[in-house]
Structure formats: C-alpha cells, structure tokens
Design a protein around this ligand. Structure first.
Ligand code: KIV
Length: 278
C-alpha cells in the first residue's frame, strides 16, 4: 500500500501532476475509492441530495455529516479525507466555525474541512487554519447559496463577476486554504485562477485547466439521475446493474430457484435420522 497522503503532498502536486477527488459517504464506497488511488475523498454535503433525498444541500446537519465522515475514515488508508462544513455550521460566527471544523477532525477522523464562499468567510478560514485545521475553499457555484444565486447556475460569466472570483481565489489562498474547489465557472476563468493562484484548484464544471478534478461519486457511477448537470461524465450506469440484480433475486425467489443447496446449510444425515425417529 502507498503511504498515506498528507496536505503538503496535495499542495506539492500543483504543476507536477493532476489531482483527483471524489465524494464518498459510507464505508464500502470509501474502500473502493481509496483502493483506486484517488487523492482526496470529500464527505460532501451533497450527502443531503444523493443519499438523504433532499432537494438541495441545506438541510444536512453537523451530526449527520460527522456520522458519515466516521464511516468514511474507517475505510480510508491513503487518501486525504475532507469533511464538508454544512449550511449554518460556519456562517453565523467565527467561534462556531472553529468548533464545528474541529468536530470533523476530533470526532470524524478527517484531515481537513471544506467550506463555501469568498471574501465573506475569510475571518472563519483564518481562525480555522490558526487552530491547525487545513481548509479547502469552494468558489463559483456554491450550492449552499442556491437561494441567493437563483438556482444551480454557472457563475462568473461577466468580466465583473469573473474578477470577483479571481480576487476571492487570491484571498482564500492568502488566508491559508490548501486548495480551492472551483464549481461551474467558465474554463477560461478557471485557467486564469489556476495560473495565478499558488494552491491547487480542483474543478467541477470548471474545465480542463484546473490542477485537479472532483465529481460526486453517485454521478460518476450513474447512481443518481434526478438531476444531471452538464459537467457530469458518467463512467458507469450502476443503477441498471442494481435493478437487474434486484429483479433477478425477486424472480428466483418467486420461482423457487433461490436459495439452492449451494446457498443452504445441512445437518449430518445420522443427526437428521435421530431427529426424525424421535
Ligand atoms: O458536496 C459536494 O459534493 C461538493 C462537491 C460538488 C465539490 O461540494
């Protein structure tokens, strides 16, 4: 097994090799993702949508995030595990932000946290980093602000909005973020940020120039089809496989094919005789 990755390893990868990040929310998925050599595993607040069935990410709580982070860190041996700070766990005060970030490391076993936002969350980022907790930033389409953004829309399309994104990326790196997720922004803007920003950029719907790429696991394997953004590439259609397995099970139980002797236990013949003879 490769030795466990560290935050300095992730930072040192900039300009050297492309980084990979995937979400995971449970033990078996995290085992698979880690086994495949993915660099970072994000216990994303997308948990709310792809696992818990909410319409957006807002409803997920700190306790739910910690619960799933524990399951993921139980499985992971190599990747850096990042806990995603849920809505209202860091916005209200710097003190709450530090305490909640600490829970991801202390209770969840994660190595780092991620939070959304630009200039408005710099005080929180500085305080969390000062507490010794690595922070990943998140700019562009920040799903926790979906109401303010008016939906899940591409960000940074005007020169003014793009300039704000570039300034925010600088500010996040300066505040101590070890990397920055860029979500749903034009590829040209992601390229400018990636060139100018000293820390790795991890893109999702931000084009090929980012230092790394992230996808939601359920999107990648085709396990969530309620909403499929343009930037998602499906590498499998696992829902179909699962449906076919379930249908086969149902049919085989109904027609008596399952369980066969192969899947059953037997008692020694003489014991059975004794039983039958009273
Ligand atoms: O919660 C999540 O899955 C995320 C990724 C889309 C980056 O924030």
């Amino acid at each position: 097994m490769d030795k466990p990755l560290t935050i300095p390893d992730i930072m040192a990868a900039k300009g050297q090799r492309k980084l990979t990040m995937l979400t995971a929310y449970d033990y078996p998925t995290a085992l698979l993702v880690d086994r495949c050599g993915i660099d970072m595993i994000l216990v994303g607040d997308s948990l709310a949508m792809v696992v818990l069935g909410h319409k957006d990410t807002l409803a997920v709580t700190m306790d739910q995030m910690i619960h799933h982070t524990k399951a993921v860190t139980s499985a992971v041996k190599r990747a850096v595990v990042i806990g995603d700070m849920p809505f209202m766990s860091y916005q209200a005060s710097v003190e709450q932000a530090v305490l909640n970030a600490g829970r991801f490391l202390k209770e969840g076993g994660a190595q780092a946290i991620k939070l959304e936002g630009g200039a408005q969350v710099i005080p929180q980022i500085k305080a969390i980093v000062n507490a010794g907790i690595p922070v990943q930033g998140h700019l562009g389409l920040t799903p926790q602000s979906v109401a303010q953004l008016g939906g899940f829309k591409v960000q940074g399309k005007s020169a003014e909005a793009a300039k704000r994104l570039v300034d925010d990326a600088y500010a996040l790196a300066e505040a101590g973020c070890f990397s920055i997720v860029l979500e749903a922004i034009p590829m040209e803007i992601a390229e400018i940020i990636t060139e100018k920003c000293p820390v790795p950029t991890i893109g999702i719907g931000a084009g090929k120039h980012c230092d790394g790429q992230v996808l939601v696991f359920h999107d990648l394997v085709g396990l969530f089809d309620k909403f499929v953004p343009k930037f998602v590439k499906r590498y499998a259609n696992i829902s179909k496989e699962i449906e076919s397995a379930i249908k086969n099970f149902k049919q085989e139980v109904e027609n008596g094919e399952f369980p066969s002797e192969k899947h059953s236990f037997t008692i020694p013949k003489q014991e059975l005789e004794k039983l039958k003879n009273g």
